[in-house]
Design a protein around this ligand. Structure first.
Ligand code: ATP
Ligand code: MG
Length: 421
C-alpha cells in the first residue's frame, strides 16, 4: 500500500485548495484594514508556554497536545492555538512598551490530537487577530465586527454570533464559588466532579445531554456581575447593535480559565453538524501575567479556516469553481526547435503578466491540444516547423475556434491586448 497522510489530516489539492486561500484572505482583510500587523511565530514552542498560557485543566493541554522531546532534551509542543505564542512574542520583543493597543493578526497551522471527524482535524488552519494592552469595550466590539465583516465578505449568511461575559477578578470568584456549591450537589461522574474543583466553568460547557439536563438550574454569571463588568458588557453590546450586528446572548458560553475575563464570543454555523463553531474569542486580561509579563488587558479571536470552507460549501457558495481556468494561454510546440522557442515565448508571456503554460514531454498535436483544453486557457499558441520558417505562430481562440497566423514578435502584444481586461 502506498503511504497515506496521517489520521486526522488531509491534503488541500487544487482546485479546492483555492477555497482555503480565498477564505484566509477574506477573513483577515478586515483586520489588516483596521491596522493589525502581520505576525508569524514558530510552529513549535516550549511546552511550558501552552501549559501556562492555555491552562493545564483544559482539554487542549490535558489531552490534545503533540508534545515530544527534541534531540537536545527540551520538551517541545506543536502549537495547538495562536494566542499564547502571540503574547509570548509581544513580551519577548517588548512590543507592549510602545503604542497600545498592539494589534496583530496571524494565519497558520494548528495541531491537536482530537477524535478525527468531519470538521475536526488533527492538523487544521486558523486565522487570528489580537489587540493587546487596552481595556476598552470599543476594542472588543471592533474585533467582533472584523470577524463579522470577514464572514460577510465571503457571502456567508448562516453564521450566528453568540456572546457572553465572564466577569473579572472582582466578581468571578464569587460566581465561581456559587457555581461550585450548585455543582457539588449534582449526581455527576468522577472526572466531572474533579473538574468542579479545578475548572467549574468548564462543566457548563459539557456537551453530554444528560449533564446539560442536570445543569438546568445552574447559577449564571450574568446574575453575579459587578457594576463595572455590567457596564462594560452593556457598552460592547450597544456598540454591536449600533453597528448593525445581530447577536444572541448565551449565558452558558464560557472559557474555563481565570485569565479569561469579561467578553467571550463564538461564531456558529448550523450547516456543520456537531462541529458547529467556525470561530471564537474573547478577552484575556490575565494571560500576560500568567506568562510572567506585566498586566496587559487584551482581546482576540481565532477563526477556523477549514470549518469556514465547509460552511461555505454547505451554503453552496463556490458554484463551478472546478471549471476555473488554470491559465489564460497554452503553448503547443510541435517538434524540438518549436519546444525551445515556445519555452522562451511562454516565459515572455508570463513576464508580461499573463498566466501561461505549455505542453511538456514531447506530446503530439492531439495530446498537446487536449492539454490546452484541460488547462482552461482561452487561447492556444501553436508553433510548427512551417510557422518557424515563416517567423509566425498560430494563435487560436479556443472558444470560437478561430485561428490566425501572427508574427512571433507580435504574439505577446496581441495576446495582451486580447486578454488584459
Ligand atoms: P470546539 O468546541 O469545536 O472544539 P474550540 O473551542 O476547541 O472548538 P478554539 O480553540 O476556540 O475552538 O478555536 C477556534 C476555532 O478553530 C474553532 O471555532 C474552530 O472553527 C476551529 N477549530 C478548533 N479545533 C479544530 C479542529 N480540531 N479542526 C478544525 N477546526 C478546529
Ligand atoms: Mg476543541
Amino acid at each position: 500500500m502506498t503511504l497515506q497522510a496521517p489520521k486526522g489530516t488531509f491534503d488541500w489539492l487544487p482546485p479546492r485548495s483555492e477555497r482555503a486561500l480565498a477564505v484566509r484572505e477574506a477573513l483577515t482583510a478586515p483586520a489588516r484594514r483596521a491596522g493589525y500587523g502581520y505576525i508569524e511565530t514558530p510552529v513549535f514552542e516550549d511546552t511550558a508556554l501552552f501549559v501556562r498560557g492555555v491552562g493545564e485543566s483544559t482539554d487542549i493541554v490535558s489531552k490534545e497536545m503533540y508534545t515530544f522531546e527534541d534531540k537536545g532534551g527540551r520538551s517541545i509542543t506543536l502549537r495547538p492555538e495562536g494566542t499564547a505564542s502571540v503574547v509570548r512574542a509581544v513580551l519577548q520583543h517588548g512590543l507592549h512598551n510602545g503604542q497600545l493597543p498592539v494589534k496583530l493578526w496571524y494565519s497558520g497551522s494548528q495541531f491537536r490530537y482530537e477524535r478525527a471527524q468531519k470538521g475536526r482535524y488533527r492538523h487544521f488552519w486558523q486565522v487570528g487577530a489580537e489587540a493587546l494592552g487596552s481595556e476598552d469595550p470599543a476594542l472588543d466590539a471592533e474585533l467582533i465586527l472584523l470577524a463579522v465583516d470577514g464572514y460577510a465578505a465571503l457571502g456567508l449568511t448562516g453564521v450566528r454570533l453568540l456572546i457572553n461575559t465572564l466577569g473579572d477578578r472582582e466578581c468571578r470568584p464569587v460566581y465561581r464559588a456559587a457555581l461550585q456549591d450548585f455543582l457539588r450537589g449534582l449526581d455527576l461522574d468522577e472526572p466531572t466532579r474533579q473538574r468542579i474543583e479545578i475548572n467549574p466553568l468548564r462543566v457548563l460547557d459539557d456537551k453530554r445531554p444528560e449533564v446539560q439536563e442536570r445543569l438546568a438550574g445552574a447559577p449564571l454569571v450574568v446574575d453575579h456581575l459587578c457594576g463595572a463588568c455590567k457596564a462594560y458588557h452593556e457598552e460592547v453590546r450597544s456598540l454591536l447593535t449600533a453597528s448593525g450586528v445581530a447577536y444572541t446572548d448565551d449565558p452558558r458560553l464560557v472559557r474555563g480559565l481565570d485569565y479569561y475575563t469579561r467578553t467571550t464570543f463564538e461564531f456558529v454555523h448550523d450547516g456543520l453538524g456537531s462541529q458547529s463553531a467556525v470561530g471564537g474569542g474573547g478577552r484575556y486580561d490575565g494571560l500576560s501575567e500568567m506568562l510572567g509579563g506585566p498586566a496587559l488587558p487584551s482581546v482576540g479571536w481565532a477563526l477556523g479556516v477549514d470549518r469556514t470552507v465547509l460552511a461555505m460549501e454547505a451554503e453552496g457558495l463556490f458554484p463551478g469553481d472546478g471549471e476555473q481556468a488554470r491559465v489564460q494561454v497554452y503553448g503547443v510546440p510541435l517538434g524540438e526547435e518549436a519546444r525551445r522557442r515556445m519555452f522562451l515565448l511562454v516565459t515572455e508571456l508570463r513576464r508580461a503578466g499573463l498566466a501561461a503554460d505549455m505542453s511538456f514531454g514531447g506530446k503530439g498535436v492531439k495530446g498537446a491540444m487536449k492539454g490546452a483544453d484541460r488547462s482552461g486557457a482561452s487561447h492556444a499558441v501553436i508553433l510548427g516547423e512551417r510557422d518557424i520558417a515563416a517567423g509566425t505562430a498560430q494563435v487560436k481562440d479556443l472558444v470560437s475556434g478561430e485561428q490566425a497566423a501572427v508574427p512571433l514578435a507580435e504574439i505577446v502584444m496581441t495576446l495582451k491586448e486580447r486578454l488584459d481586461k
